[in-house]
Design a protein around this ligand. Structure first.
Ligand SMILES: Nc1ncnc2c1ncn2[C@@H]1O[C@H](COP(=O)(O)OP(=O)(O)OP(=O)(O)O)[C@@H](O)[C@H]1O
Length: 371
């Protein structure tokens, strides 16, 4: 993603960020983020604690000032000019904690302009989140899920072009979270809202995202659909952060790339002059591997984790390395069982070199369409 001329960006990109930087007293929290968000898209920003997720989204409505780079919201460049900041903020709603001293109705009406439309817009927003009967209640008289829905109604009521959310479901228990996420996604899609949402919850990212951005140390490490990031992580960091992944040394063996757990056909597209084959690795996810008991096998069961429908086995390979292998809940192997671990049919482990994937994912847009 190289920064390009602003004028080249098509109008369907509601947000354009180019080389955005933010420092806190010398600490470089956001380090050159370049990204584009399309109208109506739900983009989830995921990454470990401290990777700059919140700081980055807060630059978009100027809760934090970016010190370098360019942010354009719906065609308006975000500059230090107050009129300019106000203009951008009119396009952006931020989903956040409710005011405890205001009723549900007052909370939802908070961002709406005074006038005859105000009551109607408030009522419509509450209807959208199925809380019509709760207008007179105070936040403490609502469940966590209901409070979350009111917060969403408040963000949606002024019909902003863009909604920013920071860990919106973090206070809810797992069951309610899953249910509410599905409801919220349906509401956002019905409204055609563009959303940028921060989370560090992988499940949340998969359930909500059209595209997700994996952040690491202030940078976007990868941007793509959840399937793209899972199946074709660009980097070892993205692979390990989003899903479980083990990396095994691999070597070129004639027409094959071979590792301890099997081989795949070698592709000439992987060979580049600057790379030496001895640094090769393959990424194996637990669902990519299979195993069966075998005295002459290549490893030993170390541990079994029961995950409901699945058992997740940790297998100590003869080389001393460990891999995780997904099995059905019916496949029970005791620790100490000698097994053969091998590539599951139809699964291709991804080759890596020096922490970088050798295989490009199928083409997808990380930059504005040129159409
Ligand atoms: N106001 C501040 N002053 C100084 N440093 C800050 C400030 N806010 C954040 N930071 C630092 O900037 C880095 C990025 O913080 P940020 O809150 O953006 O991370 P995050 O990815 O959202 O983390 P989390 O998932 O824990 O919320 C962290 O190292 C944090 O300590």
């Amino acid at each position: 993603m190289t920064p390009t001329d602003v004028n080249a960006a098509p109008p369907d990109d509601i947000i354009i960020c180019r080389d955005v930087h933010k420092w806190y007293d010398g600490f470089h929290a956001v380090r050159g983020v370049t990204t584009y968000v399309k109208r109506g898209e739900v983009v989830i920003i995921i990454g470990p604690s401290g990777s700059g997720k919140s700081t980055f989204i807060r630059t978009i409505n100027r809760l934090e000032r970016h010190e370098r780079g360019q942010i354009i919201v719906d065609g308006i460049p975000l500059t230090d000019d107050v009129r300019n900041i106000d203009a951008v903020r009119r396009h952006v709603g931020m989903e956040g904690a409710l005011f405890p001293h205001l009723t549900v109705a007052q909370n939802v009406a908070f961002g709406l302009e005074k006038g005859r439309q105000r009551g109607r817009l408030m009522a419509e927003a509450l209807q959208l989140v199925n809380l019509e009967g709760y207008a007179a209640r105070y936040p403490h008289q609502l469940s966590g899920g209901q409070q979350q829905r009111v917060a969403l109604a408040r963000a949606l009521a002024p019909a902003p072009d863009l909604i920013l959310m920071d860990e919106p479901f973090s206070s809810l228990d797992a069951g309610l979270r899953g249910q509410l996420r599905a409801e919220v996604r349906a509401i956002l899609k019905e409204r055609g809202a563009t959303v940028i949402c921060v989370t560090h919850d992988q499940e949340e990212a998969m359930q909500l995202a059209d595209r997700m951005a994996v952040m690491n140390e202030g940078r976007i490490e990868q941007l793509g659909s959840p399937e793209q990031v899972f199946n074709y992580p660009d980097t070892r960091f993205a692979a390990e952060f989003f899903g479980t992944a083990d990396f095994l040394p691999a070597w070129r063996d004639g027409a094959y790339l071979t590792s301890e757990v099997g081989r795949i056909p070698w592709s000439e597209a992987w060979a580049t002059p600057s790379r030496t084959d001895d640094e090769l690795q393959v990424m194996v996810r637990p669902d990519c591997l299979d195993m069966e008991p075998e005295e002459e096998g290549n490893g030993v069961v170390v541990q079994r984790e029961f995950l409901g429908a699945f058992n997740l086995y940790s297998v100590g390979l003869d080389s001393g390395r460990r891999v995780q292998v997904m099995q059905s809940h019916l496949a029970r192997f005791d620790p100490g069982t000698r097994v053969r671990t091998f590539l599951r049919e139809g699964h291709q482990p991804l080759p890596f070199i020096d922490g970088q994937a050798l295989v490009d994912e199928p083409a997808y847009a990380t930059e504005p369409d040129s159409s």
